[in-house]
Design a protein around this ligand. Structure first.
Ligand code: ADP
Ligand code: 5GP
Length: 188
């Protein structure tokens, strides 16, 4: 099996997690890359399913040990990264690896495996709609939402460094498009 990497990146609130979950339920031979992170779990999140939740100290230790293929301080004081062992674990099961990582991480990972990787940028129809979605999701306080919206404006400038851009306006259309693009890529 020729194991591949499929990366979804987007400004927070664009709908990337929703689209990734849909793909994971589509029956395609994909498995989610569980990242390590140093933030606290949100209500309902489970260690080893949503993330490997580490202390900042544990995270730094793994950086020292060269255990990450990429990592970023995505928000001040909050580290996120992809463990090398995660990719090996998924390829060993005969599946392709599906990533939900930040925009800079997506660009860097594509550079590491250019031929095996499809990088997809999920774009919101507008920054105003992105802010409405973050408010509607009810997972972040007003200050966090303000920071995420500010960062989104910067991150939207990275779209042209991805292989494909999916504008997530009508969710069902964006999901269908994602399935078609990923299916075509993994049979290549
Ligand atoms: P991200 O992972 O990019 O931060 P989410 O997938 O968590 O974004 O989506 C943010 C919020 O927007 C969620 O509440 C989700 O249900 C909602 N959402 C996702 N896509 C759409 C869409 N096309 N139209 C309206 N709401 C959407
Ligand atoms: P959240 O805190 O909302 O779960 O995630 C915040 C951001 O971190 C999201 O943009 C998510 O894609 C990104 N992220 C999650 N895992 C990783 C990772 O392993 N590497 C990088 N670079 N970003 C990640």
């Amino acid at each position: 099996m020729n194991g591949k990497l499929i990366i979804f990146s987007a400004p927070s609130g664009a709908g990337k997690t929703t689209i990734v979950k849909h793909l994971l339920q589509s029956g395609l031979p994909l498995e989610f890359s569980i990242s390590a992170c140093s933030r606290k779990p949100r209500t309902g999140e489970i260690n080893g399913r949503d993330y490997y939740f580490l202390s900042e100290e544990e995270f730094r230790q793994k950086i020292q040990n060269n255990e990450f293929i990429e990592w970023e301080e995505v928000y001040a004081g909050n580290y996120y990264g992809t463990l090398r062992s995660e990719i090996e674990r998924i390829w060993a099961k005969g599946k392709h690896v599906l990533f939900d990582i930040d925009v800079k991480g997506g660009v860097n990972l594509k550079k590491l495996f250019p031929d095996k990787t499809l990088s997809i940028f999920v774009e919101p129809p507008s920054v105003e709609e992105l802010e409405r979605r973050l408010i509607g999701r009810s997972t972040d306080d007003a200050e966090t939402i303000r920071k995420r919206v500010d960062k989104a404006v910067y991150e939207l400038g990275f779209a042209d460094q991805f292989d494909v851009v999916i504008v997530n306006d009508i969710l069902t259309e964006a999901q269908e498009k994602a399935i078609k693009i990923v299916s075509d890529f993994i049979v290549q």
